[in-house]
Design a protein around this ligand. Structure first.
Ligand SMILES: O=C(O)C1=C[C@@H](OP(=O)(O)O)[C@@H](O)[C@H](O)C1
Ligand SMILES: C=C(OP(=O)(O)O)C(=O)O
Length: 432
């Protein structure tokens, strides 16, 4: 097993230019593939999750090429040239769910699979909705989970469909992304999507709607309950600049709050479409000093040097909230992160993983079905080897523990390649 030994550190300060947002990158790639016209994409994230999307699109007959730092995608004009393909999407939720919807509403024969953990990440609610639309989808392993076989869609024209929103927002996102073109291609009229249950991770649906709009499709909606999707073909906006990744920003901003700062990240700011920029509000509530500029965020430690524990509903920031669990090691009192049930079905069971690893540092940890509470020890245990469960965020957030002036070992550090392959290089540049 590969290990990365992080030296004990006490200070963090510096500037980090963020890589592109994963959520925006994979949405823009699919939209560009579905659209009429050529899309030039700047600052696309280069990581495992985007590599599997690019690879899938190429297998589906979409022409794309790199031109320096730019990716140029020639849209398929609403259909995929390749009618039979076997796709492998690693552990990328932003690839498996939207691609399943797009392919299930197309007219070919496809197979889609991923890594072993993907076989435990739910997709049944999305498949149920696609079946309401006439999709032919079979489970090749366990019901409700990838791998899937997808056949050509049978004619079926309901005026509305329902989808569950309380397991993953990616099911709604997948339908929203795939439907406009599919409805237009089949000569159908618009369709209403009704959300059943309380929609989680809402800001990610905002990202979806914002990007659809940029590709010429406006969805009317009634709160978070009903979305009216028109039958319209996507049009390329020509050029798209991908914002920096707000979830990736969280590790550096937290380092600024723990290690003095200032730490400044560039590429996201006030105008960001990503919900995870609200991570800065959580640090503010813990006493940190934050400045949000148009295209950058800067964080320093509290003026008295003491971070305070918080009790926070984290449903709107599910990814960045993991970082708070490690910041809690440096805050006075008991930090409670609530409404995070979706953590259990992500890259790993993140509530269980964080509880286990935080305890190695001496923290008192309580966990419930959808919450986690952390009370720090008087002093962090030195020399902990953190297991990472093939979860990029577990690896990244525990790097922060080294700022407690303790050496930390990260087991299997390369799992960060899912969204941030050179994360540890950037981290080393800002800590000392
Ligand atoms: O749509 C997206 O880009 C994402 C939605 C969220 O998932 P859930 O909706 O499953 O919480 C988030 O955790 C994931 O990293 C990216
Ligand atoms: C949950 C995550 O990823 P995915 O897009 O695979 O759901 C994540 O990046 O934290």
């Amino acid at each position: 097993m590969e290990q990365l030994h992080l030296p004990a550190a006490q200070r963090a300060a510096g500037l980090v230019a963020l890589p592109g947002s994963k959520s925006i990158s994979n949405r823009v790639l699919l939209l560009a593939a579905l659209a009429d016209g050529v899309t030039e994409i700047d600052n696309l994230l280069e990581s495992d999750d985007t590599a599997v999307m690019l690879d899938a699109l190429r297998k589906l007959g979409i022409d794309w090429r790199r031109d320096g730092n730019r990716h140029v995608v020639t849209g398929g004009g609403g259909s995929f040239a390749t009618k039979r393909a076997d796709l492998f999407v690693g552990n990328a939720g932003t690839a498996v769910r939207p691609l399943t919807a797009a392919l299930a509403l197309a007219d070919g024969e496809y197979r889609i699979d991923g890594v072993a953990r993907m076989h435990e990440r739910p997709i049944g609610d999305l498949v149920d909705t696609l079946r309401q639309l006439g999709a032919r989808i079979d489970y090749r392993g366990n019901d409700g989970y990838p791998p899937l076989t997808i056949g050509a869609r049978a004619a079926n024209r309901p005026a509305s469909v329902s989808v569950r929103g309380d397991v993953s927002s990616q099911f709604l996102t997948a339908l929203l992304l795939a439907l406009p073109n599919a409805l237009a291609a089949a000569g159908e009229t618009g369709l209403a999507i009704v959300v059943e249950g309380e929609l989680i991770s809402k800001p990610y649906v905002e990202i979806t709607l914002d990007l659809m709009q940029r590709f010429g499709v406006a969805v009317q909606r009634d709160g978070w309950q009903r979305f009216d999707v028109p039958a319209v073909r996507y049009r390329s906006p020509g050029r798209v600049l991908v914002e920096g990744d707000a979830s990736s920003a969280s590790y550096f901003l937290a380092a600024g709050a723990i290690g003095g700062g200032p730490v400044r990240v560039s590429g996201v700011g006030r105008a960001s479409v990503q919900g995870d920029v609200r991570f800065a509000d959580a640090l503010l509530a813990m006493g940190a000093q934050c400045r949000i500029d148009a295209d950058a965020i800067e964080v320093s430690a509290p003026s008295d040097g003491r971070l305070r524990a918080i009790d926070l509903d984290c449903n709107l920031i599910p990814d960045a909230a993991m970082t708070l669990a490690v910041v809690a090691l440096f805050a006075q009192g008991r930090t409670c992160l609530r409404n995070i049930g979706s953590w259990r079905v992500k890259e790993t069971d993140r509530i269980a993983a964080l509880a286990t690893e935080l305890r190695k540092f001496g923290a008192a940890v309580e966990e419930g079905e959808d919450w986690l509470a952390v009370t720090p020890p008087a002093a962090l245990t030195p020399g902990v080897a953190v297991d990472t469960y093939d979860d990029h965020r577990v690896a990244m957030c525990f790097s922060l523990a080294s700022l407690g002036n303790v050496p930390v070992t990260i087991n299997d550090p390369r799992c960060v390649a899912k969204t941030f392959p050179d994360y540890f290089d950037h981290f080393a540049e800002i800590v000392r």
